[in-house]
Design a protein around this ligand. Structure first.
Ligand SMILES: [Zn+2]
Length: 384
């Protein structure tokens, strides 16, 4: 910042001096405040702060297009999101807000700002999971949950990521012939579940045979995954599916009526015939989740590192909401190789995580969600 020399002549210069001094002080303060509210965290955590009352853009009706409008509009939204939310006017810090920030020295942390913005996103806003957030996300290749399920390392040598570059979701299908279905599949996940288009019908409840799980947490390079020991399953469609592992995404991948959630847990099950069934437990910001706290207490230190869960494990049944109605449809793995034929079961009632629990995950994986994919007219059942 270049500061003009202060004038030293005439009585009027006094007023000029005071004004300039004030301006310089405020600018300097604003600079430091900006430094506080935008700490050294990846761009990816910054989610646009949207106006809940803003009219819905027509293009928001098209999830695919919504995720394809990358730049420069989303770059602007990122910049907007990096500004402090309270007391801002047109992207500028107000004096009152500035004083507030400087007074108690605790400007809103970027993660809290962005996550509250995400969780406060109104239905149909399409604001909770901007594709742009991929920029700056970790870009490390690893064995995905998908390939663990398949029992082979299809993508071990192929680097893919959630970044906004040639390794990102828009390019997965071209990274390796084995990933082709990511690009050409017609039953890809995640999707934006629309109640107005779903079949509203009575459905058998998911029979959860979940208990206290023992196992270990592994850092796959793309998520935190809990590999659970045998003994837990679900019964749907007349078949048992055994729980293999569960893992997390931020934000939630699937949306419901346009709304995304701060996070989701995917519980990956497999039947004896090889079919996969995933239970998606959406996670909203709210109360501390004591079971997830157990998982977080075993967070590995690096990619490939693995830590055992606490001795008494994680009570999976305690994670479930009282109302276990769900949406069901056929989709795919949401990571390469994007294998289709997965029976998705998205619970309608979210669990909660505290802001701090969400931020803990965001510190490791600022954005690990695939954008919404076209529904292509597939049947979605909504349990009544
Ligand atoms: Zn997943």
């Amino acid at each position: 910042m270049r500061i003009a020399p202060l004038p030293f002549h005439a009585v009027t210069s006094c007023a000029v001096f005071v004004r300039r001094l004030l301006a310089v002080t405020l600018l300097a303060a604003a600079g430091s405040a900006q430094a506080i509210v935008t700490p050294d965290v990846p761009e990816a955590q910054k989610v646009p702060v949207t106006n809940p009352n803003a009219p819905k853009s027509p293009q928001d009706n098209n999830p695919q297009r919504r995720h394809n409008i990358e730049t420069p509009a989303l770059a602007n939204r990122r910049r907007e999101a990096s500004l402090p939310k309270p007391g801002t006017e047109g992207g500028e810090l107000t004096l009152a807000a500035l004083q507030e920030l400087l007074k108690d020295g605790k400007a809103p942390r970027t993660g809290e700002l962005t996550l509250s913005a995400a969780s406060a996103a109104p239905a149909n806003s399409g604001a909770a999971a901007p594709r742009s957030a991929a920029r700056g996300a970790p870009a490390r290749g690893a064995v995905s949950p998908a390939t663990q399920v398949a029992g082979k390392s299809a993508d071990q040598a192929v680097h893919w990521s959630y970044a906004d570059d040639e390794t990102g979701p828009a390019h997965w299908g071209r990274l390796d012939p084995r990933f082709n279905v990511c690009a050409i599949g017609k039953r890809q996940s995640p999707i934006d579940i629309q109640d107005s288009e779903a079949l509203q019908i009575p459905m058998e409840p998911i029979q959860f045979k979940w208990g206290k799980a023992q196992g270990s947490v592994v850092h796959t390079g793309h998520t935190l995954q809990v590999d659970v020991e045998a003994g837990h399953s679900i019964h749907i469609r007349g078949k048992d599916f055994r729980l293999l592992q569960f893992h997390f995404h931020l934000p939630s991948e699937h949306r419901v009526n346009g709304r995304g959630y701060p996070m989701v847990a995917h519980f990956v099950h497999k039947a004896d015939d090889g079919q996969l069934a995933v239970v998606a437990l959406l996670m909203d910001r709210g109360e501390v989740n004591p079971q997830i706290a157990r998982v977080w207490s075993s967070i590995p230190l690096d990619k490939g590192d693995r830590v055992r869960l606490p001795a008494d494990g994680v009570d999976l049944a305690a994670l479930l909401p009282a109302d276990q109605r769900y949406y069901q449809f056929i989709g795919s793995l949401t990571t390469p190789p994007c294998t289709e034929g997965v029976v998705w079961n998205v619970l309608k009632t979210p669990a909660t995580l505290s802001a701090q629990q969400i931020e803990t995950f965001a510190r490791i994986f600022p954005m690990n969600a695939r954008p919404v994919q076209p529904g292509n007219g597939r049947i979605v059942k909504s349990a009544q």
